[in-house]
Design a protein around this ligand. Structure first.
Ligand code: ATP
Ligand code: PH2
Length: 157
């Protein structure tokens, strides 16, 4: 079996946000060889805006897990860390999103890869650019740097 390259997005806006992100990274190391972690940035809430600011970061790693095994693994970590699902896009002590899994495209109810919102989210594209700006989105066929520039330009219009 060959290890696959994956990118994950981490976010927290409840409790000790920095500690939550560090703990999640420690748990992820059980099954993911972590290659790069971006800086952790403080970001304004996206979507539902009446909630505390987030800390966000992105990491690159390699894993032997299949995409669905990876989803189960990250959901297990969220549960272990006591995450409560208040409502979609609502506050959470930890959120782990699968952004890319190699150049795989998956579109099922349970799992969508690439993450369907990633090209609309500065809090994802900015740290992604920091660690791998040339990675090409397998559906949009643009590098994450191009997606970042496009998003910033569209917000200035
Ligand atoms: N790429 C993905 N990464 C993580 N979860 C995913 C992905 N695609 C689909 N899901 C599904 O989304 C479900 C709910 O995710 P969650 O409650 O974290 O949504 P959300 O964080 O509020 O919204 P968003 O996914 O837009 O950030 C998970 O149980 C999982 O089955
Ligand atoms: N800034 C920011 N906003 C969000 C985030 C997040 O991680 N960062 N996650 C959300 C639910 O997935 C909704 N809104």
């Amino acid at each position: 079996m060959v290890e696959k390259v994956i990118f994950l997005g981490l976010g927290s806006n409840l409790g000790d946000r920095n500690e939550n992100i560090q703990k999640a990274i420690e748990h992820l190391k059980d099954k993911i060889r972590i290659a790069k972690v971006s800086n952790i940035i403080e970001t304004e809430p996206y979507g539902f805006v009446e909630q505390p600011k987030f800390l966000n970061c992105v990491l690159k790693g390699t894993t032997l897990l299949s995409p669905f095994e990876l989803l189960e693994f990250v959901l297990e970590i969220e549960n272990k860390m006591g995450r409560k699902r208040l409502f979609k896009w609502g506050p959470r002590n930890i959120d782990i999103d699968i952004l890319f899994y190699d150049d795989c495209v998956i579109d099922t109810e349970k799992l969508k890869i690439p993450h369907p919102e990633l090209h609309k989210r500065l809090f994802v594209l900015e740290p992604l650019c920091e660690i791998e700006k040339d990675f090409v989105h397998p559906v949009l066929k643009k590098s994450v740097y191009e997606l970042y520039i496009e998003l910033i330009s569209s917000r200035k219009e």
